[in-house]
Design a protein. Sequence first.
Length: 116
Amino acid sequence: MKIQFVFDDSTVTATLNDSPSARDFVAILPLTLELEDYASTEKIAYLPSTLTKEGAPTGVSSTAGDISYYAPWGNLVVFYKNFGYAAGLINLGKIDGDLSRFTSSGSMKVTIEVVE
C-alpha cells in the first residue's frame, strides 16, 4: 500500500505493510495533521481514532524512515533517527526515500493520503 505525505512545498511517498494496523490506518485517510517534533528523533501526530493492535507484536525497534503507531498514546510516528525497542510500538511501513522534510525542528502541517 502506497501513501504520500503532502507538505506545502513537497510530497514524500511511503510504503505500508499489509498488517491489520496499517489497513486500519489507510481506512482513516486522507488526514491533515500537525506533525510535532518529539525527542529530536521523530515526528508525532495524534490520530482521530485508535488503530487495531490485532496480530501486532508487543513492541519493536525502529530505524530512520519507519512509520509506526504508538498504541499507548494513540499517535502516528515517523522516525528520522534510529530508535531502540519500545513496548506498544507497531510498525506500519517505511518512507520510500529522503527523510530531510521530516528533520526540520518544530511542527509542520501535512496531509497524508493514499496513492491511487
